[in-house]
Design a protein around this ligand. Sequence first.
Ligand SMILES: [Zn+2]
Length: 280
Amino acid sequence: MGFIFGPSGIPLRCKGDTIEGIECARDIGLGALEMGFVQGVRMKEDTAARVGEVARKQNIAISVHAPYYINLLSEEKEKRDASRVRIFESARIGGIASAKRIVFHPAFYGKTDRKLAIGNMIEQVGMILDEMKNSKIEGVVLAPECMGKIAQFGTIEENFSVANEFGMEKVNPCVDFGHLHARENGKLKTKADFLDKIYEIEGFGKKYLQAMHIHFEGIEYTEKGERRHLPISSKSPDFNLLAGALIEKNCSGTIISESPEIENDALEMQRIYSKIALGK
Ligand SMILES: [Zn+2]
């Protein structure tokens, strides 16, 4: 139980491909790696199969970050269609590579009324899940991410409402606490603030706390939300507080570092978490 930690993408010190990145993550003592398909799903099936083999051998939990260019609430049908294809392809190739979770940035609200946004998102996600079922893609969970800009779909309430529509075996959101901090103009200042977020998630189902997929990084923000990611040392927000809250609530899952100090900060978070857990 507890958490495993990993980098978002290939560790900086590695300078190789995904397979070398997995081996490197294992060598330095991490347990997870999120593959970045952020500029497009370019990995071929045979490479994905080798990634899966190495990940299983090295015992590294793989997840995928789908392309950035996704907007499931676009007013233009072609853009919604293309967005679903990008998520589907991420799930297809990710599944071959043994990925269990496909993280994606759901949408910008645009002109969509916020009250209608959840229903529209459920419709879009349902279409992707149908396509995955038809193609027999199994064991891969879609993870809409909690987003850092107020113009983006992706509060805890929005994402977990979508998840509850399908069940956590199909949809289980990625909770990016840096993004939540930015979105709410620096709200996460105390352990109680983090506990509030965890209680909010628990309100959608206690089971979510046992299979969390978390992104964490320091963050710079404006009144519109996220501006850029910062190292953990920025304490904006403070990982110590999140670690304490997760331990207090007996949460478990995976924590991915989206800090510019990718793997060093994954290790730093692992160190902080272990220290607090042992001192419990
Ligand atoms: Zn993301």
